[in-house]
Design a protein. Structure first.
Length: 142
């Protein structure tokens, strides 16, 4: 049910969906590199049943719009039995196995988006019991 969208605007990454004030450009660039280097470890001549690969209801979809206007997409299913890769269905219908680390890094964006988080500082007011009851003395050291 989550969706994320990053775009490059004037050479910098911008977090479009959900909207954010400031995008961590280094983290977004790293994510783009992961997506760009996502390669198939193998293509399956005969893909197992979609329910076995998790592609009947994919865990998520990666969609990329290239600068030439073309689109690429990949639906990500479940991990392979050896847990070394994920089943992925490409937009041309072929099923491939891609590296687990790359997919995990890409899917992490849903929980840890590349945005700067403004820290909030909680201030607890002092109660009268917390205040000193006598004066404070400062003595210089010799």
């Amino acid at each position: 049910g989550k969706a994320v969208r990053l775009e490059t605007i004037a050479g910098a990454w911008a977090w479009i969906e959900p909207q954010a004030d400031a995008t961590d450009n280094d983290k977004a660039s790293s994510l783009a590199s992961q997506v760009a280097s996502l390669t198939a470890r193998s293509f399956l001549e005969t893909a197992p049943d979609a329910s076995a690969t998790g592609l009947q209801t994919p865990a998520f979809t990666i969609e990329i719009k290239l600068s030439d206007g073309s689109d690429l997409s990949a639906e990500v299913g479940v991990e392979t039995p050896t847990q070394s890769g994920y089943y992925v269905r490409l937009n041309d219908g072929r099923v491939a196995v891609v590296n687990t680390y790359s997919v995990d890094t890409i899917s992490d964006i849903l929980n840890n988006p590349p945005v700067y988080v403004t820290p909030t500082v909680g201030i607890t007011p002092l109660s009268p019991e917390m205040l000193p009851t006598s004066g404070v003395e400062v003595t210089p050291t010799p």
